[in-house]
Design a protein around this ligand. Structure first.
Ligand code: 26Q
Length: 820
């Protein structure tokens, strides 16, 4: 079967066949989960021919290919997205309806592929969708974690983590490719031997190894026959555990290798924007990088004799520093396996690698202790020593012997390996993810490196795929847009600007607001089902969904809710539009203060939602287990998008773009991509407040900020901060939120209120009053909301990927023709 030939009848029969073969059942006996599996396998059959054809075409045209290397791909569900990109959504929906099933309910059977934490992982997933849609030859390369990001339960207001068993029922879309297995070696020692000709050769001995086995997932382009590949590596023991090895005295080693294979791919580290120097994490990194690099070089050599041509056909993209071992691993393969000299190898590596920085938060910078690193990866460490030696020589060459500068820039310093510095030295391109972020890298964080390599630095503002976050997540709005301006926006988002003239048309305004209302009803039903809370879809849905981190300031959001509640208790008749504050956030399991903020939000919800005296003007909802699949429902239903990070801290943000596209109005700081969002939509169509990045950086340098000054002079602030420790929200334990109180006023180890929550509080409350006023005028609001959707064109990941492809990767498009 392929897209153009598959009929309803054939698809129906494929479903019956799959249910029969897999479950020995007929359709009327099958569960929804079994129907999901059967449908997914039927869809995979449609995909497979295009998948084969795509790779045949790439092979024939010998096209340059990007390998997007990432520890995280936060894919969410595949079925709905594949149906849409194959343009068989309507057909399958009808087939299922005829069989008595609702496509949405069947899609709900699929677990999210939660193999990522947050923004960085989701960006990688959006990029794969855009690469396939734009017909660029690309692989995503990562790890097939047994367990993805934990499942979050809220128990008594606290976050409780449960394992994410996403592979429990198998993954119908994946294909195991054992023929492409690769061996990856850890530990041991490196010995230099001389061969007959007196040539030096390196022998790696006494190592442990695992076998890397790729599992391929199809990445379907929109309506274009292209199917790219997400290659996720699984680990297996090299030799199976047999008793023979016991006799040879290798028993211990056999057991160890078995364990190593099992543990290496066991679980995704659940930290977002926070580095933890765990040995297993480094093993995971080297595991998938070594397997990928070896495999790519092997494939290249089978086709081309001359390895020096590698940069013409291959580009490796390093998604943050997590895959930075690509640089020394490629050096190792080129020198030790291929026999190149240092200079030739280094030239190839630099041409082949590009690096994206995703954060300036110092606690997220990867630095590995040399002791651990050199023990686990002895040969890679030797290579980094030589990279560092030459890099330092280059610095001295350019700037003279300035010891202070050398200490700041050396890849090996203070007993650590600095992975970001390694990436800058070994790549031809270094980019940030929004204009402000790149400016801060150039002028502050990486200014020494910018002085050394000004031409390497560039900006690539992030984007999102409109196919998942509008076409799939918000079908009502997607259909409406298509009725108004045609469906060109699906692959050319700037065309959505065509709805802008309708922002002043009363009929169109009504239609737009009616769609928003229906999406709010859908979310209200989800909340009723999952939280048991009734929310009024006529209230303003004010939403903050993202990972929980102090710099993202969910605390400021909830303190403001506490403030509104105080005002309402003082005056229940206060003139205020009813508001529903919706939160969703996972906290890293070891991030105690973040988890306490979740508890605070839930306790505030408990008190506010059960107060009959505030005339239903305020509701607070914490959505459990926020993830890609429920995000799609949430964005579609939002009126207000909370993007309130401390200016300079959020590299870009991408949730901000998803809200905008769905017609939510931003309340936000001038941080990350918010700046560009405000620029596109106009400052009159969003609510910008608070300190600027320049002000924040200045105040941080001055060290003069004292939050007590605000506490003493601002009654509203004093009142909510005091409620953290007077038992108002924790009568059974008034000390419960003391840590949060202390972080705001006393710091301790770190600066008090280091994210300037109290400093920005008044401006934030004022911005919220403006939101309230704007919403009262439904005509005005409809106009703002519509202009947000209309102005989202720039924020498609299609635009971002075109920029990467042209300016960094130098890729050509390859069109795939299906012969029928
Ligand atoms: C590092 C070492 C050990 C364990 C974990 C980590 C780790 C894991 C994930 C460090 C950082 C991350 C994730 C970072 C991230 O998601 N950054 C976000 O990237 C988005 C896409 O560019 C931006 O929009 C966000 O602003 C940025 O916070």
């Amino acid at each position: 079967m392929n897209r153009t030939s598959v009929t309803k009848q054939e698809f129906k029969e494929a479903i019956f066949e799959n249910i029969k073969k897999q479950y020995r059942k007929t359709i009327d006996q099958a569960t929804e989960e079994q129907v999901f599996q059967a449908v997914a396998y039927a869809v995979k059959e449609i995909i497979i021919d295009q998948w084969i054809e795509t790779h045949k075409t790439y092979e024939e045209q010998d096209a340059k290919t990007v390998y997007y290397l990432s520890m995280e791909f936060l894919m969410g569900r595949a079925l709905g997205n594949n149906l849409i990109n194959l343009e068989v959504n309507t057909m399958v929906k009808e087939v299922l309806a005829e069989l008595g099933f609702d496509l949405n309910a069947i899609e709900d059977q699929e677990p999210d592929a939660g193999t990522g934490n947050g923004g960085l992982g989701r960006l990688a997933a959006c990029f794969l969708d855009s690469l396939a849609t734009l017909e660029y030859p690309a692989y995503g390369c990562g790890i097939r974690y047994r367990y993805g990001i934990f499942e979050q339960k809220i128990v008594d207001g606290y976050q409780v983590e449960r394992p994410d068993e996403w592979l429990k029922n198998g993954n119908p879309f994946e294909v195991r490719r054992s023929e492409y297995g690769m061996e990856v070696k850890f530990g041991g020692n490196v010995r230099v031997v001389k061969d007959e000709l007196g040539q030096e050769r390196r022998v790696h001995e006494n190592y442990q190894s695992v076998r890397a086995i790729p599992y391929d997932l199809p990445i379907v382009g929109y309506d274009n026959n292209t199917v790219n590949t997400l290659r996720l590596w699984d680990a297996e023991a090299v030799q199976s555990f047999d008793l023979g090895s016991f006799d040879r005295g290798d028993y211990q080693k056999a057991v160890e290798q078995q364990n190593l294979a099992k543990t290496i791919v066991e679980v995704l580290y659940p930290n977002d924007n926070h580095y933890q120097g765990k040995e297993l994490r480094l093993k995971q990194q080297y595991f998938f990088i070594s397997a990928t690099v070896q495999q790519v070089v092997k494939k290249f050599k089978q086709k081309h004799g001359d390895i020096s041509l590698l940069p013409e056909k291959v580009v490796f993209h390093i998604n943050d520093t997590h895959p930075s071992l690509t640089i020394p691993e490629l050096m190792r393969v080129l020198m030790d396996d291929e026999g190149l000299a240092w200079g030739e190898a280094w030239a190839i590596v630099k041409k082949t690698c590009g690096y994206t920085n995703h954060t300036i938060m110092s606690e997220a910078l990867e630095k590995w202790p040399i002791e651990l690193f050199s023990r686990l990866l002895p040969r890679i460490y030797q290579i980094i020593e030589e990279i560092n030696r030459r890099f330092c020589a280059e610095i001295v060459d350019k700037f003279g012997s300035d010891n202070e500068r050398l200490r700041r820039m050396a890849i090996l310093a203070d007993g650590q390996v600095k992975m970001a510095w390694l990436c800058i030295a070994g790549s031809h391109s270094v980019n940030g993810v929004a204009r402000l972020h790149t400016d801060i890298l150039i002028n502050e964080e990486l200014k020494d490196f910018y002085a050394l390599y000004p031409k390497k630095f560039n900006n690539k503002t992030n984007g999102i795929t409109q196919r998942r976050f509008l076409l799939h997540g918000n079908p009502l709005l997607a259909d409406w847009v298509t009725r108004k301006v045609g469906d060109g926006w699906i692959t050319d988002l700037p065309q959505i600007k065509g709805i802008a003239p309708l922002a002043d048309d009363p009929k169109a305004q009504k239609e737009f607001m009616q769609i928003k209302y229906e999406n709010k009803v859908r979310l209200a039903q989800y909340i009723k089902k999952h939280n048991g809370i009734d929310v009024d879809p006529r209230s303003i849905f004010d939403v903050q969904v993202k990972r929980l981190h102090e710099y993202k300031r969910q605390l400021m959001d909830v303190l403001h809710v506490m403030h509104l509640y105080n005002e309402l208790r003082d005056n229940p008749d206060m003139d205020m539009m009813p508001r529903t504050f919706i939160f969703g956030a996972k906290a890293a399991p070891g991030y105690r203060r973040a988890k306490l903020v979740i508890k605070l939000i839930n306790n505030v919800a408990q008190v506010v939602n059960n107060d009959p005296n505030i005339n239903n003007k305020l509701k607070v909802v914490f959505i459990e287990n926020y993830r890609v699949s429920n995000a799609e429902i949430i964005f579609a239903a939002a009126d207000v998008s909370e993007q309130i990070s401390t200016a300079s801290k959020e590299a870009s943000g991408t949730g901000n773009m998803k809200f905008m596209l769905n017609g939510a109005v931003t309340i936000g700081t001038l941080d990350g991509a918010n700046i560009e969002i405000a620029e596109e939509v106009g400052s009159e169509n969003c609510f910008i407040f608070g300190m600027t990045a320049t002000e924040v950086l200045q105040l941080q340098r001055e060290k003069s900020y004292n939050p007590w000054d605000i506490y003493n002079n601002n009654q509203a602030v004093r009142r909510v901060v005091t409620q953290l420790i007077n038992g108002f929200y924790a009568p059974e334990n008034p000390e419960l939120f003391r840590e949060i109180y202390d972080s705001l006023l006393n710091g301790g180890g770190e600066p008090a209120d280091q994210y300037f929550i109290l400093k920005d509080f008044d401006a934030y409350a004022q911005a919220h009053r403006e939101v309230d006023l704007a919403y009262r005028n439904q005509t005005k609001w409809a106009r703002m909301a519509m202009l947000n959707t209309a102005s989202a064109g720039k924020f498609s990941s299609d635009r971002t990927i075109e920029e990467y492809a042209k300016e960094i990767w130098k890729l050509e498009k390859v069109h795939v023709e299906m012969d029928m």
